[in-house]
Ligand binder design. Structure first.
Ligand code: GRG
Length: 305
């Protein structure tokens, strides 16, 4: 199967799994008010790239073929639930205050702020419910996945990276110095790279990989995450809102420190390519056929949205 067909096939399995594991509409009793489930599904089914779950499935396949993919489906869905929660909360007026996400009005614009806050909360909890139910027959694996995902989404990583980002933005809005290069790396290693690392590692865990290749996946995820964020900064500075599906040009307007503001566009592009090369070196050192993951890393570097 060529790369695009395989990418589409894995993404389709993610869609099917999300559809099956997140409460349907109208929600089955006793699921509470339909509105919360409508808001969760609105954001979840809005057409994201499904990058994190696809990374998890690809890592699991590398480890254990089709059995690995089957094994990783619940954690792939859980990763997308956590990612979508973080996007809903990031878009709220108290954070990035955005109107557009995945090419559609943000959750709080389509519903209201309180509903969006609750939809994010509910998706975060749905993720751990999916893990508890999906791995009930394999509790040791289930616990390792919970630990990996919870650590990536924790105050030390995803939430901590977001906190540091908000602090840096507040400082520059108040006329204090914007984030330094070191602070910027902290923000991106945690706000962006943590979930990409967790995606590859959770896939490897579901596929039964040993400690050493798992650490290689972690290293690949860290570098892919940095590359992904640098590309995000470049796209914010160069792409159209319509193509991005979210508001372009926000970083410069907010006076934010980004790879582009620190290094300029050309060097930022070069740094993204360097980080991708570090990721692909780690992927090549894994046993098994890493061709799909290598191609995906290249696609992530060249993405336009
Ligand atoms: C609110 C705890 C909390 C965290 C928010 C996700 C996030 C942290 C902020 C979003 C802002 C941003 C540009 C982050 C960096 C890169 C990123 C996560 C982009 C969005 O991911 P994509 O491009 O989105 O994979 P889709 O919609 O395709 O899933």
């Amino acid at each position: 199967m060529d790369f695009s067909n395989k990418l589409n096939a894995l993404a389709a399995r993610v869609e099917g799994t999300l559809d099956a594991l997140v409460p349907a509409l109208p929600p089955p009793a006793p699921a509470g008010p339909a509105r919360i489930h409508e808001a969760m599904r609105y954001s979840l089914r809005a057409g994201g790239k499904r990058l994190r779950p696809v990374l998890a499935l690809a890592a699991a396949e590398l480890a254990a073929g089709e059995a690995g993919v089957e094994s990783a489906l619940p954690v792939a869905a859980a990763l997308e639930c956590v990612h979508t929660y973080s996007l809903i909360h990031d878009d709220l007026p108290c954070m990035d205050d955005d109107d557009l996400r995945r090419g559609r009005p943000t959750c709080h614009r389509a519903f209201d702020e309180a509903t969006a806050l609750l939809a994010g909360d509910a998706l975060l909890n749905q993720a751990y419910l999916i893990l508890a139910e999906g791995y009930a027959e394999r509790p040791v694996l289930g616990l390792r996945l919970v630990r990996e995902l919870a650590a990536a989404a924790s105050g030390a990583r995803l939430v901590g990276g977001q906190m540091q980002d908000l602090l840096a933005e507040g400082a520059s809005a108040a006329g204090r110095p914007p984030a330094s290069a070191g602070e910027l790396e902290f923000i991106h290693l945690n706000k962006t790279a943590a979930m990409l690392e967790a995606s590859l590692v959770c896939g490897g865990l579901a596929g039964g990989l040993a400690a050493e290749p798992l650490e290689m996946l972690r290293r690949a995820g860290r570098h892919l995450g940095l590359a992904f964020q640098i590309v995000d900064d470049v796209l914010d500075a160069t792409a159209d809102t319509a193509v991005l599906g979210k508001t372009a040009g926000k970083d410069a307007r907010a006076g934010k420190t980004t790879y582009v503001s620190l290094h300029g566009l050309d060097t930022a592009r070069h740094l993204a390519a360097e980080e991708t090369a570090r990721a692909t070196d780690a992927l090549r050192s894994l046993p098994g056929d890493s061709a799909f993951l290598l191609h995906l890393a290249d696609r992530m570097l060249k993405r336009g949205s």
